[in-house]
Every structure is written in structure tokens, then in C-alpha cells.
Write a protein that binds this ligand. Structure first.
Ligand code: ZN
Length: 483
């Protein structure tokens, strides 16, 4: 499972997976602590009398394009784990993300599904669960009819989606005739518009669930593709699996696609300039709760490196009352803090070291108030976080958590590991464009979406796309009948 951002600097290697989750056998089922797709698969298997044989799991989070060498090694590892099961199992469940891009391979998941199909032959059902942000391709549909994707954003249906994929597998064992139909829509939109609880697509999610529950329909998904993939064929896709009735599946896929297309103008995201946000905070501080500032363009869960420092620069020039909590990936700065020790004052350059195409380092002086190893357990989703040597630098009323490596920032666990309480803060920066809401919405006075630059910019036309197929909304606005 990996989500590529074509504009993130560098390339991902096997070490990027090993630094997160790379396990085999029984540990595949325990590493997610009962909160992942495998938990849902296990619940369905127990209910339906299926025995599951765990093979391999590699979670690499999000980041730049994966090297050809790393993808080859991970593919070999996955296929090598499955090969001994040929002729011994009745079906296969692949838990994939869906938006990986590797050097020389624009569609690793389609490639994997194809390879597994070739390995097991035409008669063995293969079920696949995918992230909402999958780049869905015809190769995936050619490989299997059993596909289920997340239907929430922020994603909170990991368990449910694993259960749905496994339910499709069980249906295939039980005499059903699953047929999959899909419809591509030539449109993309920033992740901030993908929310299922509110916003322009909330009613499409609701309709999707209705369709999924309809008699004759086995499952329904839509894939609102990760918007920072520079690959041909980029676009959103509705996917419906029916029991034998391909026309019904196609009609429903077309209906969902038309709904998405009709809402394209409402998916254009606008955000607040940093200076305006700081003026707003000074005029109206949070009433006993933090004002949460979302810096989505530098989101590590969207491939950013977490070294964006536009907000930090503005706060140094124009401070607001604290405590103000920020995060920054900067291995050299973290090392400098570890060298001088807790209590020491240090002057350094901070941020902008990982993504020089977007940011430049900012000079800062402060006091080191905490040092740690950066290991913590993320809660949303449940996954270990390895930030490497980590320090807290206090500058004025700011507490900046400086990590050596980017980590998921959807929950408040990095701040907690650094001894900082987001509930007691006046202002909290969160480098996430949407996923953070599951954690922060309940504790925030209000959330302000900052208009910042970075590899996960919401303004898609500002990024150097070169390979996407045209026409495609929002690059082209004169498409007659997109779906
Ligand atoms: Zn996603």
C-alpha cells in the first residue's frame, strides 16, 4: 500500500516501507491492532467459515514515485508469498491502496492484480480492497470483478471496506455471478472537496451507499483519485458490482459518474491566505479551544515531506498569542538540537531542506525544550510512527516539533509524543488537507484552511503536470459531456 505524489522530491525505496510496516505471516493481522481492512476480513471469514492465510503486508504511506528496483522487490515479495498457496486456497484477497506509481510503471496495482490472476488462473476469485484515492484503471477491472473501495473521507471505514471485499469473495464462493462495470469521468479536484460528511459530494456518497444496498447489487465504490498523480488516464471513476446483471451495474456506474460530473464546479477549493488567517486569529482567538490551521499543501499523507515553512515564516514576522504548535521535518535541525541538548539556546535554519522546489530555509533562534527518539503509535489509523531523532524548539510563544523524517499527522500523536497538548494550545498547525478532521474537528474552536504552496497544492493548475490525458476538468473547462 503506497500513495505516490508525482511532485514530491526524490524517490521511495524499500527502506521507506521498512521504516513503516513490512511484515509477514501472522503479524499482518496484528500490526493494525484491529482497526484495518484485515480486521474486517477476519470478521467476515469467522462468520462465513473461511480460513484466512496471511502472507505479506507492506505499508509505505505516501511520498514520491517508487524506484523501479523497490517496486520490483516488493512485487516479488508479494507474489513469492502467494505462490505456495496456488492450488491450496479457494480465493485471494489483495489489500491495496491504488495510487502507487513506480518508475517505469504507472499502474502497479493493475500490474499486481494481473500477475496474481495469471498465477492463480481464471477460476480463482480475487477480491481487492482499495483506498478512495485509487487511480482506477481498466487493467484492474480486467483482472477481477471483486473490487471494493473506501466510502468515507476522512477515511474511517477501513474495517468495513475489508469486510466488503471479503463479502464479495464469499459471494463468489456461494454461487453469485459478480460482474463489474465502471465509468471514468475526466475530472479531478483537490482532496479538500472529497469530504463525505459535508461539501459538494456528500449526497453522492449517500447515493453510493444506497446503490450498494440495492437488490441485485453486490457492491458500489467511487474512486476520487489522489490529485497529485502525473499519469495518463487520470480521472475519477464509479465502479459497481452486480450479481449477473451487467446492464444494471453500468446504469448505476453511469448515474454516479453523472452526479460527480454535475458537481465539478462546486469542487473547486478556495483557501485563506496566511496573513488573513493570522489577522483573524488576533481578532478572534479560540474560545478555550485551539484554532486549527490546516497546511494541506505539505501534507505527509499526500506525499509532502513536512518541511513547508511558509506559516512559520509568517509567524516569526507577525506573531500571534500562543501557545502555537507547529511541526517541521528537518533532520539537520533535529540533529543540531540533539547536539546542544535540552535547555540550550540554538540558532539554525529550519524547514525547506527536503523540498527546495517549493520552500527555502528560514533562520530561527530558540530554546530546546525536549528531545526524544520520535517513535510513537499513531491512532488514526493505528500504525507505528517513526519520526527519527526529534526535538521541540521554543521560539517566542511557538513550540516547533522538529522531526528527522516525515510522519503521518492526521492525529495528535506526534504532538503528544513531544509532550505537547493540542487542547491547551491557542493555535495548532496540522499538515493535512482533510484526514485530520476526524481527530481535530471535535477539539477545535474552528479550522482554517491555509492557502499554502507545496507538493500537495490544492490549486492543481499551479503544479507542473505533463502527462495527464486531456481534456480533463479543471484544466479544461469546455468539456460538453464529461461522463
Ligand atoms: Zn485516501
Amino acid at each position: 500500500m503506497y500513495e505516490t505524489n508525482s511532485f514530491a522530491p526524490g524517490a521511495a525505496t524499500v527502506a521507506d516501507f521498512r521504516g513503516r510496516v513490512l511484515v509477514e505471516g501472522a503479524e499482518c493481522f496484528t500490526v493494525g491492532a484491529g482497526g484495518d481492512e484485515f480486521a474486517g476480513a477476519r470478521a467476515v471469514a469467522a462468520r462465513c467459515g473461511m480460513e484466512l492465510v496471511p502472507t505479506t503486508l507492506a505499508l509505505g504511506a505516501a511520498g514520491p514515485t517508487v524506484t523501479a528496483e523497490a517496486y520490483g522487490a516488493l512485487r516479488d515479495r508479494l507474489l513469492g508469498g502467494l505462490e505456495p498457496q496456488v492450488g491450496r486456497v479457494d480465493g485471494v484477497y489483495l489489500r491495496l491502496h491504488g495510487a502507487m506509481v513506480a518508475q517505469g510503471c504507472d499502474d502497479p496495482e493493475g500490474d499486481i492484480i494481473t500477475a496474481v490472476r495469471e498465477m492463480f488462473g481464471a477460476s480463482v476469485p480475487i477480491a481487492v480492497s482499495l483506498d478512495l484515492h485509487t487511480h482506477f484503471t481498466p487493467a484492474m477491472a480486467r483482472g477481477t470483478n471483486l473490487i471494493a473501495g473506501f466510502r468515507t473521507c476522512p477515511h474511517v471505514d477501513y474495517v468495513e471496506t475489508g469486510a466488503r471485499a471479503t463479502t464479495l469473495l464469499h459471494a463468489a464462493f456461494s454461487g453469485a455471478s459478480p460482474v463489474l462495470r465502471f465509468r471514468r469521468v475526466p475530472m479531478m479536484a483537490a482532496a479538500e472537496s472529497h469530504d463525505n460528511n459535508s461539501g459538494p459530494l456528500a449526497d453522492v456518497y449517500a447515493r453510493l451507499r444506497e446503490i450498494g444496498d440495492e437488490p441485485g447489487i453486490l457492491d458500489a465504490s467511487m474512486f476520487l483519485t489522489q490529485p497529485w498523480l502525473d499519469v495518463p488516464g487520470l480521472g475519477w471513476t464509479a465502479v459497481v458490482v452486480a450479481d449477473g446483471d451487467g446492464e444494471l451495474a453500468q446504469r448505476r456506474a453511469d448515474e454516479v459518474s453523472a452526479m460527480l460530473w454535475d458537481r465539478r464546479r462546486d469542487t473547486v477549493v478556495t483557501k485563506v491566505p496566511i496573513a488573513d488567517a493570522l489577522t483573524d486569529i488576533r481578532a478572534t482567538p479560540g474560545r478555550g479551544r485551539p484554532v486549527v490551521l490546516s497546511d494541506g499543501a505539505d501534507s505527509p499523507t499526500a506525499g509532502g515531506k513536512g518541511d513547508g515553512n511558509d506559516l512559520l515564516r509568517s509567524l516569526l514576522e507577525d506573531p500571534v498569542p500562543g501557545p502555537v504548535l507547529l511541526t517541521m521535518t528537518d533532520p539537520a535541525a533535529a540533529a543540531a538540537c540533539h547536539e546542544v541538548g535540552v535547555g540550550a539556546t540554538v540558532s539554525l535554519l529550519l524547514g525547506g531542506s527536503q523540498s527546495p522546489a517549493f520552500f527555502t530555509p528560514v533562520p530561527i533562534s530558540g530554546t530546546v525544550t525536549l528531545l526524544c527518539d520520535g517513535d510513537f503509535l499513531g491512532r488514526y489509523p493505528v500504525q507505528p510512527g517513526h519520526a527519527g531523532p526529534t526535538a521541540v524548539l521554543r521560539a517566542g510563544e511557538m513550540d516547533i516539533v522538529i522531526t528527522s523524517a516525515p510522519v503521518r499527522l492526521l492525529d495528535a500523536e506526534l504532538y503528544r509524543r513531544a509532550g505537547l497538548d493540542v487542547r491547551a494550545a491557542a493555535v495548532v498547525q496540522v499538515k493535512s488537507s482533510g484526514g485530520f478532521r476526524a481527530t481535530y474537528q471535535p477539539v477545535a474552536d474552528r479550522i482554517i484552511m491555509l492557502d499554502t504552496r507545496g507538493p500537495a497544492d490544492h490549486h492543481l493548475q499551479a503544479l507542473p503536470f505533463r502527462r495527464i490525458s486531456r481534456p480533463c476538468w479543471p484544466w479544461d473547462t469546455d468539456i460538453d459531456r464529461g461522463w
